[in-house]
Design a protein around this ligand. Structure first.
Ligand code: MG
Length: 254
């Protein structure tokens, strides 16, 4: 099922629905609890899609594809390099990524994001996938010049608009064998498959849940493959993950 969050033209409230072709069937209830698909439908052209969930935090994995570790000149870590992106960085499909004046080098990073379904604390690898609602695309936007200057990555990773997510949450996917691609102005820049993960989603969820409680709607983003690069003012960036769809955003520098 493809779950979307959206605003119907002329309304103010955000709603959830499930997308089938060009139709969205409205969802009654809580997608993180009990819900049902109502008989009401809207056309996808009559809504604005917004970020498909509201995480309280995004836990990100620094290096999780061996090819990206090589291009950065980093050793493959024994334990995943983790950092946080704040909820204030989240934007949705077609929203603008705002280029911060503090930086002169802002990069894209195509990533598969795990959306947590229920509170997860100290859970085992075997039960980890029971805590997943589904998967979406995430662009781990990074001020690369600041990442190189600072001893920690917080500034580089945390600017407002630096976590585009969407377009939907796909609930039925094997996260360990998905093509992942990134296009910059329609040119293919990243092209890999999640079978190249160093650390797989079940392991990540389990280990992170031993550090901090994961809440419904929280995101674990699984790292980026090789081919990272720079975005400039006016660039359009699209992340396509097999079975999920395309997350498209444009860069804006004021
Ligand atoms: Mg990343």
């Amino acid at each position: 099922m493809k779950i979307a969050r959206f605003i119907i033209d002329g309304e103010n409230d955000e709603r959830y629905g499930c997308i089938e072709d060009n139709t969205i069937k409205l969802i009654d209830g809580d997608i993180f609890g009990e819900f049902s698909i109502s008989g009401k439908c809207v056309n996808i052209d009559d809504v604005k899609l917004v970020a498909p969930c509201r995480p309280t935090k995004i836990v990100a994995v620094g290096l999780n594809y061996a090819d990206h570790a090589n291009e950065m000149g980093d050793e493959i870590p024994e334990f995943p390099a983790l950092f946080l992106k704040p909820d204030t960085a989240v934007i949705g499909p077609l929203d603008n990524i705002i280029y911060p004046p503090m930086s002169n080098r802002v990069d894209y990073e195509a990533e598969l994001a795990i959306v947590i379904k229920k509170t997860a604390e100290n859970i085992s690898k075997e039960e980890a996938l029971d805590y997943v609602l589904g998967y979406t695309c995430l662009n781990d936007v990074t001020a690369r010049d600041l990442q190189k200057k600072d001893p920690q990555w917080m500034r580089a990773k945390s600017f407002n608009t630096f976590a585009p997510i969407g377009p939907v949450i796909e609930t039925e996917l094997d996260p360990n064998n998905l093509d992942i691609k990134l296009y910059l102005n329609s040119e293919l820049k990243q092209n890999s498959n999640t079978s190249n993960f160093i650390f797989k989603p079940d392991y990540l969820i389990s280990e992170i849940s031993k550090i901090m409680t994961l809440k419904p709607g929280d995101i674990i983003t699984t790292g980026t493959p090789s081919g990272i690069g720079e975005m400039k003012d006016g660039d359009t960036v699209e992340i396509e993950i097999e079975g999920i769809g395309i997350l498209k955003n444009t860069v804006k520098r004021y």
